[in-house]
Every structure is written in structure tokens, then in C-alpha cells.
Design a binder for this molecule. Structure first.
Ligand code: SAH
Ligand code: SF4
Ligand code: F3S
Length: 442
């Protein structure tokens, strides 16, 4: 078999796309290698959410150039969101690239590689697929790898929200959902191959079912359907937008034992005026009201968020509002970012008013605030017995395995006779960062 080296930047959707390309290529004669030097084909699945993500891609390609020079038969492809965004410009900047593709072309990866082999010419494939429906057909036969204990399943692609800072609606196109039957078949297959937990993926999962289905189906109904599939022990989803998060979904948390008590509900900023300029279309009061209702139904739910600091027009006082909301909600964890202007987005036309230095200081403050909150939140578990799905070996010295509790905390586990895919009861002894450490009870 030929060898393919795959590298991925960006979100879980990109990770899922890379897995899909690995599967398609496996059926056209490529197996994955972890050594670039051994590869006949190198694919970099890129992200353009912030400038830093782009820079990482460019420096990676800088390192690949000598490999191509040494082996002209090596095929180099750039896929993903940066490909969609910059298309032809990337071929001009990196003439040693063989092809550039966008995220909507993932299903065509084997054809792209064939085309390079047969024509020897470079090209760009960045059209959005014209199909009304979104389908990821099952590929029968052998798999390049067995699923882990926790498996991701794309349920919706694209985003129609157009938050003013965000490139995703431009790189991933309009929202389209997959048919429930296709999802149920895929999940049943994953479970039969050993997956215990299913994480439903999309940029805005709560919009599921609005477009692209033969018959509209709201997101919460999908949750109830999946919960019925025998063998699904845990169910999660990410990411949610506060405006599409419904009362029915709150009820699903209450009704469905398999739906784990964690919700990632990005707030971005704690200030109404900033939220308005971001076009998030809700206020902080509305966000908090939603959480109050959720907590009244599911008291032990853990919440996590995304935060952007230094958005245009964010004053010191507006930034303080972000620290306040973080403290008030008590997030178990946060992904925190300094605002990065993205070409073509509406916010790019606003003056990037917060100096880089101030963005950095604000980012440091949110990180410090979050680690303090995580420490407090984690204390709740000390001495408690929590159910942990084991996902693999722990890298923490003295701990054999790692996994997650229902609230999505990392848990490092001491114990013997454990194996990946088991759910064990762990007595928590320590908190460090967003991890809990403890020992398995037999
Ligand atoms: N669909 C998800 C997340 C999309 S991208 C949602 O709506 O929540 C993940 C996160 O990256 C965003 O939530 C936001 O916090 C951050 N992000 C997106 N664009 C950014 C930009 N231009 N600069 C800094 N952070 C950004
Ligand atoms: Fe981007 Fe907003 Fe869509 Fe999330 S909801 S992907 S932040 S446009
Ligand atoms: Fe990045 Fe595209 Fe995901 S921009 S965050 S890889 S949707």
C-alpha cells in the first residue's frame, strides 16, 4: 500500500473530515503513516479561524518543501478552511503544492489525488457542493482503524449565523443537515465496533433539521431517537448557539439518562454592546435566564464556553463584564481567544481598536480567572465517586488511564485491570487545572 501522512488543524469538524479522508484513501490504496518522510501523499487539513492558525499552516508547509524537492513524486495537498478561503492565492504563495481543496470536497479526495497523478498539474477545488441534502455515505468493508470509546458524528455542516468576527460561514457554507436514518445507521455501526459515547458535531448543532432533510426534524427529537439506539451509553453534542438552544432540549437533558450533564454554550463576551456588534443577537440577561432554567432542571450540569477578548470597541469596562459573567456562571472550562480580524468578515471593516498588548493582557486575565474558577468547581468532586468512561492511557505519571466524567472533566485514574471502553467508578482525590485525579473502586 502507498503511504499517506495526514495533519489536522482546527476544530473537531476538521478532525472528523481528516478521519473521513483517511477512510476514503484507505479504500483507494493508501495507509496512514506517522512519518512525513515515508509518505507518498501528504495532506494538511487547515483552519483559518484566527491568523495564528494560518501561520502554523504556512510554517508547516515551509518544512515540507524540502521533502517535495527531494522526491518530486510526493503529492502535497492542502485541504480545509484555509483552502476554501484563499484558494488560488495558496498555489501562488506555495508553487510546490499539488492541489488545494475546501471542506466541501472531502468526498472527492481520491479523485483529486488521481488527477494529480494522471495530469501532473496543480489545481484548486473550492466550489460548495450543490446538493440540497448533506450525506456521508457508508463505505463498506475494512476500516483503517477501529473507533475509540468516544466517537464523533457530524450531524450538520455549515453555519448561517454570520457572527461578525467569524470566517466559518464563508469557509463551510450554508447549514445542511444529514438524514436521521443515515445518522442512526452510522451510530449503530460505531457502537457495534466498540464506541460507547457519541458526540454529535456541528458549528451550530441546535439548528439541526431545519434544512436539507426530506422532513424537518428539530434537534431535540434527534436526541430522543439516538438515545434509543442500543449500546449508546453516553451522548453529547457540540457546539450550541444560545439563540437556537430550546426549552425542549433542556427537557431532553432532564429526560434522557444517556445525555451527559455538560453543555458547551459559548458566550463570547459579557457585555451587551459588544455582543450586539458581534451579532450574537442575544443579551447577557437572556443568556443567564436560559442557564437558570437549565440549572433548575439539571442542577449538576457543567457549563463551558468560548470567550473572545479585544473585539473592536471592547472598553476596559466591557472587558470587566466578561470576567464578571465567567465568575457568575462558574464555567468548568473556557476556550479563550484574542480577537483576530478575518478578511471578508464584517468585523474586519471595524477599526481593530484594542492594541495587541492590551488584548494579550486581557487574555491573560481571563486565563487566570478561568483557572481559579476551575479549581473551585473541581473541589466539588473531591471525595466524590464519579462514573468515568475510560478513553485511553494517561500521560500523567502514576496514573494508568484517563477518561471523562459526565460533566466532561478529564479524569486521571489509578487502578489495575481496567480497559478502554469500560465505565468505572473513580473516587476523586485531587484537582489540577481542568483535570481530576483519583483511584478506581472495584
Ligand atoms: N460554532 C461555534 C464555534 C466556532 S469557532 C460557536 O458558534 O460557538 C470557535 C470559537 O473561535 C468561537 O466560538 C470564537 O470564540 C472563536 N473565534 C471565532 N472567530 C474568531 C476570531 N476572528 N478571533 C478570535 N476568536 C475567534
Ligand atoms: Fe461562527 Fe457564529 Fe457560526 Fe459559531 S455561530 S460558527 S461563531 S458564525
Ligand atoms: Fe477552523 Fe474551519 Fe473549524 S476555520 S475552527 S477548521 S470550521
Amino acid at each position: 500500500m502507498k503511504q499517506v501522512y495526514l495533519d489536522t488543524f482546527g476544530c473537531q469538524m476538521n478532525v472528523a473530515d481528516t478521519d473521513r479522508m483517511e477512510l476514503i484513501l484507505f479504500h483507494s490504496g493508501y495507509q496512514r503513516t506517522l512519518e512525513k518522510e515515508d509518505a507518498d501523499l501528504i495532506l494538511v487539513n487547515t483552519c483559518s479561524i484566527r491568523e495564528k492558525a494560518e501561520q502554523k499552516t504556512f510554517s508547516l508547509f515551509g518544512g515540507l518543501k524540502p521533502l517535495k524537492r527531494a522526491n518530486p513524486d510526493l503529492i502535497l495537498g492542502l485541504t480545509g478552511c484555509l483552502g476554501q478561503q484563499d484558494g488560488k492565492k495558496l498555489l501562488q504563495r506555495m508553487p510546490y503544492l499539488d492541489f488545494v481543496m475546501g471542506p466541501d470536497q472531502v468526498e472527492g479526495i481520491a479523485q483529486a489525488v488521481d488527477r494529480v497523478r494522471t495530469t501532473g498539474k496543480s489545481f484548486v477545488w473550492t466550489g460548495f457542493d450543490q446538493e440540497k441534502a448533506y450525506s456521508i455515505p457508508e463505505i463498506s468493508g475494512d476500516l483503517p482503524q477501529t473507533p475509540g470509546a468516544s466517537a464523533f458524528v457530524n450531524i450538520i455542516k455549515g453555519c448561517d449565523k454570520f457572527c461578525t468576527f467569524c470566517i466559518v460561514p464563508f469557509t463551510r457554507g450554508r447549514e445542511k443537515s444529514r438524514e436521521p436514518e443515515e445518522l442512526i445507521a452510522e451510530i449503530s455501526h460505531l457502537v457495534s465496533r466498540g464506541a460507547k459515547e457519541i458526540i454529535l458535531l456541528g458549528q451550530n448543532v441546535n439548528s439541526y433539521g431545519k434544512r436539507g432533510l426530506k422532513k424537518a426534524m428539530p434537534f431535540h427529537e434527534l436526541l430522543y431517537c439516538i438515545a434509543e439506539i442500543p449500546g449508546v451509553e453516553r451522548l453529547r453534542f457540540t457546539t450550541s448557539h444560545p439563540n437556537d438552544f430550546t426549552r425542549e432540549t433542556i427537557r431532553a437533558y432532564r429526560d434522557l439518562d444517556v445525555l451527559q450533564n455538560h453543555l458547551h454554550l459559548p458566550v463570547q463576551s459579557g457585555n451587551d454592546s459588544v455582543l450586539n456588534t458581534m451579532r450574537r443577537d442575544h443579551t447577557i440577561a437572556e443568556y443567564l435566564e436560559l442557564l437558570t432554567e437549565l440549572k433548575s432542571e439539571v442542577p449538576d450540569i457543567a457549563l463551558s464556553t468560548d470567550i473572545i477578548v479585544g473585539f473592536p470597541g471592547e472598553t476596559d469596562a466591557a472587558f470587566e463584564d466578561t470576567l464578571t459573567i465567567m465568575e457568575k456562571v462558574g464555567y468548568s472550562s473556557s476556550y479563550m481567544f484574542a480577537y483576530s480580524p478575518r478578511p471578508g468578515t464584517p468585523a474586519n471593516d471595524l477599526p481593530d481598536s484594542v492594541p495587541e498588548e492590551v488584548k494579550k493582557q486581557r487574555l491573560q486575565k481571563t486565563i487566570a480567572m478561568q483557572s481559579q474558577i476551575s479549581q473551585q468547581q473541581g473541589q466539588v468532586y473531591i471525595g466524590e465517586k464519579v462514573a468515568v468512561l475510560i478513553e485511553g492511557r494517561s500521560s500523567k505519571p502514576g496514573y494508568a488511564f484517563k477518561g471523562r466524567n459526565p460533566q466532561y472533566w478529564n479524569v486521571n485514574i489509578q487502578g489495575s485491570d481496567l480497559k478502554t471502553g469500560d465505565t468505572v467508578t473513580v473516587e476523586i482525590e485531587q484537582v489540577s487545572g481542568h483535570s481530576l485525579n483519583g483511584k478506581a473502586l472495584l
